[in-house]
Design a protein around this ligand. Structure first.
Ligand code: GCV
Length: 662
C-alpha cells in the first residue's frame, strides 16, 4: 500500500491485457469544457492506461489511433448511454452529461471484467430517477452508526475539503449515484447552521466538486430551525411567521448554494422535532417545505421512520411495526409533487430479516422511495461479512399487489407503477475516513453494490458481486468463485447465528453488535420477542396487533396464517410454541439450535475460505480482512451460545443432537 493515504476501492484498475494501440478522443455535441465531460475523459485516460497500458490523448493523434467518440443522441433516455466498440475504437452516445460519464465508466467496467475494448457494448438507462447515499455524519467528526473511522466531511464543527472529497465523488459517479446527503438526519448543534453563512462557502465548494461527477448535494434539515437558529418561538408549519422565515431562509440558501438538490427531513422521530408538536400532520410539515422550495426546483425528502419510542413493554397492543402505515397512509395523495417519502425497507429498523414495509405500494398517490442501510448497524458492524445485495433484491422483487402489473417494490420505487418522476432508492452509507473507506475491505461490495443495483435493479446479486471482485481484486477464476460464494452466502450465515425466523433484535442495546436476547425486551423501544417458556414471537395477525392487515389482501392472508406465512418470517407475525413443526419436520426449538450451530460453523467456513486467497491478495489487505474474520468468529460463537442457552433454559427442551448448550 506504500504511502497512499487511502485506497482507490474499485477504481484501482489492474492490467487485464496489454493493448497495442493508442487513443484519441472526439466530442460531438458535448464540450470538454463541461466539468462532467472533462472528468469522463480523465477517467477514460486513467482507466485505459492502467487496464491496457494504452495511451490516451498522448503524442499519437494520427489516423491509426483508436477513437473514443462521444456523441450527443437525444433519443437516449436521461442519464442513459449506449456504448459500442469496433476496430476503430468506441462510441459513447448519450443525451446528457451524466450519460457520458456513466457510459465511460461502463466501458472501463466491461474491460476490467474481461472484454477487449473493441467488444464493449451496452445500452443502459437508470431504473431509478433518484439514486442516493445518506451520510449520518456529525459535524464533530463522529458518524452515527459508522464503523469505518471518522467523517471525511466534518471535523471539529468544520467542513473538510481535500483530495479525498474528490475521490469520494469519483466513486459515487462511477456507480451511478446522483445524490448525496452529507449530514446526519439527527440534525443538532452545529449541523443546524449548515444553512447559514457560517458554512455556505464550503458547502458550495462541496456541491461543485460533487456536481463535477454528476452528484447533487442535499442537506438534512432541522425542522426546528426557525426556533434554533431563527429565534422564533415556534416551528408550527402552518404559522405564517414560520412560513415566512422559511421563505427567506430558503431564498438565502439557494442564492448561496445554487446546486443544492434539497432537504432530507427526520421529523417527530426519536426525539427530533416535527409537526406533531403543533397537532399538524406529517403532510402539513412536508408540504410547507415543499411550497417554499418549489421556486428553486428543490425537493423535500421526508422520512417515514416515525414511531412511539417511549412504549411500555407491558402494552401488547401498540405495535411499532404498524406506526409508519398508521401515520402516513391517511394522507396518501395529499403530498406536494416535489415531496417524496423515504421509507425504510422494513417496518422496524434494518434487521437481518423483516417483511417489506406495507407503506411501499400501500401509498398509491404519493411519491415514495426506498431506504436501505449498507452501514451494518444490525448486521455485523462491518466486522462480520454480510453482503446485503441479496436482501435488497428480495425487497425489490416483493409483490406488493398494489397494481395488477408493475406491482413489485422495484416498480413502485422506480416510479413505473404510478408514473411519478420523484422516486428511487437511498442507502445509509458505510464509509468513513479509514484507509480502506469501509472498515472491512469486503464491505465495499455493499457500497459498490448499492450504487449498481439502484442504477439497474435487474442486475443479480451475483453479477454485482463478480463485477466488484474483478474491479477490486482481479483474481483467477477459481479464486473469484470462492470469494463470490463467500459474499453470496454471508447474509444467510449471519442470519443463522443471530436472531431466528424474522424476530430480529436480541442485540446489545445501543451499540447493536453482538447478542443480548433480552437486551430490548423490557425497554421503551417497541422491539420485543415475547418469549416465554412455551413459545416465542409477536402475534401481528388479526387476533393480535393487526399489523398483517396493513398489506393488500393476498399478502395479508399469507402473513395472517402461520401455515402460509413464509417460515423465515414466522416469528415476526406469530407467537409460536417451541414444539411447532416446521416444513422441514423439525420442531421450532430444534430449528433454533440447528441454525445457530450451523451458522457458527459456516462462519468458520468463511474464514477458512478467506485463507485460500492468501496468495492472491496483497498482504496488508489480506491481514486486515483476516483480523475481521477472527472477530466475526468470536461474535458468531457468542450469538450461538447465548441464543441456544437462553432458549434451552426458557423451554427446558434438550437439543436432539446432544451438543453443548450452557
Ligand atoms: C440516525 C435507528 C438508529 C439510529 C438512527 C435511526 C434513524 O434507530 O439506531 O441511530 O438515527 O435509526 O434511522 O433515524
Amino acid at each position: 500500500m506504500g504511502t497512499t493515504k487511502w485506497t482507490q476501492l474499485w477504481l484501482d484498475y489492474h492490467e487485464v491485457y496489454k493493448g497495442e494501440g493508442s487513443w484519441k478522443t472526439v466530442l460531438t455535441g458535448f464540450s470538454d469544457e463541461s466539468p462532467i465531460v472533462s472528468n469522463a475523459l480523465l477517467e477514460f485516460k486513467r482507466g485505459m492506461e492502467k487496464l491496457t497500458g494504452e495511451q490516451v490523448n498522448g503524442s499519437d493523434n494520427s489516423e491509426n489511433a483508436l477513437t473514443l467518440e462521444i456523441t450527443k443522441n437525444d433519443a437516449i433516455p436521461a442519464e442513459g448511454y449506449h456504448i459500442s466498440g469496433s476496430d476503430k475504437g468506441i462510441v459513447v452516445e448519450a443525451s446528457d452529461e451524466r450519460g457520458v460519464l456513466y457510459g465511460v465508466f461502463a466501458i472501463l467496467r466491461q474491460i476490467a471484467c474481461g472484454k477487449r475494448a473493441i467488444e464493449v457494448s451496452e445500452s443502459a438507462s437508470p431504473s431509478n430517477p433518484l439514486r442516493m447515499m445518506n451520510h449520518w455524519d456529525n459535524m464533530d467528526g463522529s458518524i452515527e452508526r459508522g464503523y469505518s473511522g471518522q467523517s471525511f466531511f466534518f471535523e471539529n464543527d468544520e467542513i473538510i475539503i481535500d483530495d479525498r472529497t474528490r475521490d469520494y465523488a469519483r466513486f459515487m459517479g462511477s456507480i451511478g449515484i446522483n445524490g448525496v446527503v452529507i449530514n446526519n438526519v439527527n440534525v443538532k448543534s452545529a449541523a443546524s447552521y449548515l444553512i447559514t453563512d457560517r458554512y455556505f462557502d464550503k458547502v458550495a465548494k462541496l456541491s461543485e466538486i460533487f456536481n463535477e461527477y454528476g452528484v447533487k448535494l442535499f442537506l438534512s434539515l432541522n425542522f426546528a430551525s426557525p426556533i434554533e437558529i431563527g429565534g422564533l418561538d415556534s416551528c408550527d408549519p402552518l404559522d405564517k411567521k414560520v412560513i415566512s422565515w422559511w421563505e427567506n431562509k430558503v431564498k438565502e440558501v439557494y442564492d448561496r448554494l445554487p446546486l443544492l438538490g434539497g432537504f432530507l427531513v427526520k421529523a417527530d422521530s426519536e426525539g427530533r422535532p416535527g409537526p406533531f408538536t403543533y397537532g399538524r400532520t406529517q403532510a402539513d410539515g412536508a408540504n410547507m417545505l415543499g411550497d417554499v422550495l418549489k421556486p428553486y426546483g428543490g425537493i423535500v425528502i421526508w422520512r417515514c421512520f416515525v414511531y412511539n419510542c417511549t412504549q411500555d413493554w407491558r402494552d401488547t397492543k401498540t405495535d411499532r411495526a404498524r406506526a409508519g402505515y398508521d401515520y402516513f397512509k391517511p394522507q396518501d395523495g395529499a403530498y406536494n409533487d416535489n415531496v417524496v417519502l423515504q421509507i425504510k425497507n422494513g417496518p422496524m429498523d434494518f434487521q437481518i430479516r423483516e417483511p417489506v414495509s406495507p407503506l411501499l405500494g400501500g401509498l398509491q398517490h404519493t411519491n415514495q422511495m426506498l431506504e436501505v442501510q449498507i452501514a451494518q448497524e444490525y448486521t455485523g458492524h462491518q466486522i462480520d461479512l454480510c453482503y446485503l445485495i441479496p436482501l435488497f433484491k428480495e425487497v425489490l422483487d416483493f409483490h406488493t399487489h398494489c397494481a395488477s402489473e408493475k406491482d413489485t417494490v422495484a416498480d413502485v420505487v422506480s416510479g413505473r407503477t404510478m408514473g411519478n418522476k420523484l422516486a428511487g432508492m437511498a442507502a445509509v452509507i458505510n464509509t468513513g475516513n479509514d484507509f480502506n473507506w469501509t472498515g472491512n475491505d469486503l464491505a465495499a461490495a455493499n457500497t459498490y453494490g448499492f450504487g449498481r443495483l439502484s442504477f439497474d435493479t435487474d442486475l443479480s446479486s451475483e453479477e454485482i458481486a463478480r463485477e466488484w471482485i474483478r474491479l477490486t481484486f482481479n483474481l483467477p477464476k477459481e479464486k473469484e468463485d470462492i470469494l463470490c460464494n463467500m459474499l453470496l452466502h454471508s447474509r444467510e450465515i449471519y442470519e443463522k447465528y443471530s436472531s431466528p425466523l424474522g424476530i430480529g433484535w436480541m442485540v446489545t442495546p445501543n451499540d447493536h453488535y453482538g447478542p443480548s436476547v433480552d437486551g430490548y425486551e423490557y425497554s421503551r423501544w417497541g422491539t420485543y420477542h415475547r418469549a416465554d417458556h412455551l413459545g416465542i414471537g409477536v402475534d401481528r395477525t388479526d387476533k393480535g396487533t393487526g399489523y398483517a392487515q396493513q398489506y393488500y389482501k393476498e399478502n395479508a392472508e399469507m402473513y395472517n396464517d402461520p401455515q402460509k406465512c413464509p417460515e423465515e418470517l414466522l416469528l415476526f407475525f406469530h407467537h409460536i410454541p417451541y414444539t411447532w413443526k416446521l416444513k422441514t419436520g423439525k420442531s421450532l426449538i430444534q430449528h433454533i439450535y440447528d441454525s445457530h450451530f450451523e451458522g457458527e460453523e459456516q462462519a468458520r467456513g468463511l474464514a477458512s475460505d478467506w485463507d485460500k486467497l492468501k496468495d492472491n491478495i496483497p498482504e496488508e489487505q489480506f491481514d486486515r480482512v483476516k483480523h475481521r474474520f477472527d472477530l466475526q468468529l468470536a461474535n458468531a460463537r457468542e450469538w450461538r451460545d447465548q441464543v441456544n442457552s437462553y432458549f434451552f433454559r426458557k423451554s427446558g427442551i434438550a437439543d436432539e443432537k446432544g451438543r453443548t448448550i450452557y
